[in-house]
Design a protein. Sequence first.
Length: 249
Amino acid sequence: MIATIETNSRKYKIDLSKPLDISIPLKASKSNVNAWYIDEPKIEPVQDGDWIASVEKGASVNFNNIQFNPHAHGTHTECVGHITETVYSVNKNLKQFFFLAELVTVAPELINDDFVISKKQLQFAFGNKKRDAIIIRTIPNTKEKKSKQYSNTNWVYFKEEAIQFLVKMGIKHLLVDLPSVDKEKDDGELKGHKAFWNYNGNLRKDCTITEFIYVSNKIEDGTYFLNLQIAPFENDATPSKPILYKIED
């Protein structure tokens, strides 16, 4: 099914029958991707006395409770409420879901003992394009990202100046294949998050960060339409399912 989307006075055609899913599913397993020092998700049937809400156990339906943390257990989209005393819900502040997006691949550079993404790298990869969203794939890009246990690994993070560059370029939605845009242990400074949402100024309430994506190597760098699908949780963050659509010639 071909759809036509108009933005910035241009019309783009996308094939809705060819979605490119860049999310990591959540599962009740120790192999579920994980960060922030907590246990794996749990998906368990409700139990009431001897009755277990599982068809396998004799019930007429499967009726499961799910325990997870959106920040730690898979692809999630967050808003400025992640770092503010005032409660902001991503469900209330994300009001549009289709965006012109650019996918870029970046090789983090080693500075002292940290692998980082710098402003210079993003300037080279992104240039002066006008996009609503950017998807950043880091290399090496292996399937291990879908099950990696990130706690205490000092993962790749963004330099503050790199985030400031993206804000200057008009990026409203940032998607990364990392647990966070910030350093794992930064004493709560959260420089990247604060720069992206303009924490010390007019808050960018309609802007989002999506973390823990996985972009297959089969998907080439370039321009796409992003459908940023979220679960309607009234929370600072929610599980999400970002989908890319290739722009048809």
